[in-house]
Ligand binder design. Sequence first.
Ligand code: CP
Length: 322
Amino acid sequence: MPVAAAVSASTVKWTRKHLLGLEELSAEEITLILDQAEEFKRLASRGETKLKALSGTVVANLFFENSTRTKTSFSLAAKRLSADTIDFSAGGSSLSKGETFIDTARNIEAMGANQVVVRHSTPGAPLLLSQHVNASILNAGDGTHEHPTQGLLDVFSIRERVGHVKGLTVALVGDILHSRVARSNIWGLTKLGAHVIVCGPATLIPPHIERLGVEVAHNFDSILSRCDCVNLLRIQFERQRSGLFPSITEYSHLFGMNGDRLKKSKSDIVILAPGPINRGVEITPDVADGRNSVILDQVTNGLFIRMACLYLLHQQQNPTAV
Ligand code: CP
């Protein structure tokens, strides 16, 4: 099918070379990505799964941290748009021989990469890369800073299930302190007019976070009845020092989503989790697999969000491309 048919009907034009975070995007730019992803999803539902939009280009996935969902869906998204792909993982690479992060990226770029997707444990690593390579950079998660495509797919999944985002009350529950997903959700949701509550133990909520325009709560049960959506964030054991909460059992008791809490919630509450989920910690299996959960829809939608991001950045760099 002609690629032009996949172009969003939105009148806003994408002008950015890189996708580094949702903080710098306007509501219109976020909506443009969501609309483009919706269009790709609609085309896929009609069997239009292979588009030629990125034919002749190379998308490199540079992952310096582990990933299941983000890495595979960026790779599939690039293939669905007919790009060639390079999948790089830090393990087994020449990083162990002393090659630097920037040299690694510049060598991958020298193989012809037009777009570089990067995940790194250091906040700001994608921004740094954007200053040292010519390719477009897409942030696939940088430390505790941002995970823009996760924020976009979360907002997309809410909009898809509810029909709109404006006016909704969305709680982000858990480890806000170490969560790049929380930050991207906060930017994306508040820009589209949702009321965001961050909820967790005081030790896992960053000081002054209310300056981002969110409500802060430490008692999950006290906010539950107001929530239209709850996004359950994983405890990031790999990023935190010990002693931030007494025990996993106590955390789960106070902040875990379970059948009892679901019964006290709105009947159509939307349950999200970015994954990977720790069953029995932030969410019990009955809720994770129940009718209110959109956890696997989020994964499906991640493919279309990443297609949209790759497509819009490519269009910006190649304005005459169809
Ligand atoms: N949600 C998310 O980023 O998952 P991965 O770490 O598996 O990519």
